[in-house]
Design a protein around this ligand. Structure first.
Ligand code: URA
Length: 235
């Protein structure tokens, strides 16, 4: 693939922008500057640098982000910055999207990708992907609330009671709740319907993939083959 086209596919800008990046000597492969935009490069397993920052060629981008509070999962945020501002420009140019949304005040694991099939699979109610949340509540958590969440609570606009896939009390005002749906304010509404109120919400895992403990708030990292296997993802 021509280097100019390859860079374009990886989010480094328009054809003209990629051509000029290369011509200016800002792109290196195997430590050697390549200033020919038309050089024929095999993209498979390619590692390259742009302005000394290392990149790998990827057909699709899959990321985990440790979402901070105070960021909106929207491309056109209204009151807070978008989570996308936490990503480098090439990923934003590739139109990476959040897989489902977290509320502005929710923290924790968010997956992002430019693979429409991945988004569809992990947001489809059919797939029943488990999402685990650590919940801090305003009032003490009691066994009746846990039982109600496990047997199913009635929510406005929902034809049937919604059940937690798992729920355990972790402390006086703390519970761990797992849900398989992805509806607006779902955990907050479920906890309210069980007679309590969410004061803090943190997503700690999606499927078998837990938020990496070394991923600081506001940081992102690539999902590699082993991570995608934990998410049971195969293209
Ligand atoms: N449920 C909520 O209420 N909010 C979130 O951000 C995620 C799940």
């Amino acid at each position: 693939m021509e280097l100019e086209r390859l860079l374009r596919s990886q989010g480094f800008g328009s054809k003209a922008e990629c051509r000029s990046l290369v011509a200016q000597g800002r792109v290196a492969i195997g430590g050697q500057v390549c200033d020919d935009p038309f050089a024929d490069i095999d993209p498979a397993g390619l590692r390259f640098t742009v302005d000394n920052a290392a990149w790998s060629y990827r057909d699709f981008v899959y990321l985990a982000l440790h979402k901070p509070a105070g960021y909106e999962c929207s491309q056109r945020p209204s009151h807070y910055p978008a989570i996308y501002t936490l990503l480098p420009q090439p990923l934003r140019t590739r139109n990476v999207q959040a897989v489902g949304r977290l509320d502005v005040d929710t923290t924790g694991l968010l997956l992002l990708t430019d693979d429409g099939r991945f988004i569809h699979t992990y947001t489809s109610p059919k797939k029943q992907v488990a999402k685990m949340y650590e919940v801090t509540t305003r009032h003490p958590v009691d066994e009746a609330q846990v039982a109600a969440l496990l047997s199913g609570v009635d929510l406005h606009d929902e034809p049937r009671p919604i059940r937690a896939a798992a729920c355990v009390r972790l402390g006086e005002r703390q519970m761990r709740l797992t849900v398989t749906l992805g509806k607006y304010h779902l955990v907050k509404r479920m906890v309210a319907a069980a007679g309590n109120r969410v004061e803090g919400l943190h997503r700690s895992a999606i499927g078998d993939f837990a938020l990496p403990t070394d991923l600081a708030v506001g940081q992102w990292r690539w999902l590699e083959a082993a991570d995608l296997a934990q998410l049971a993802w195969r293209r």
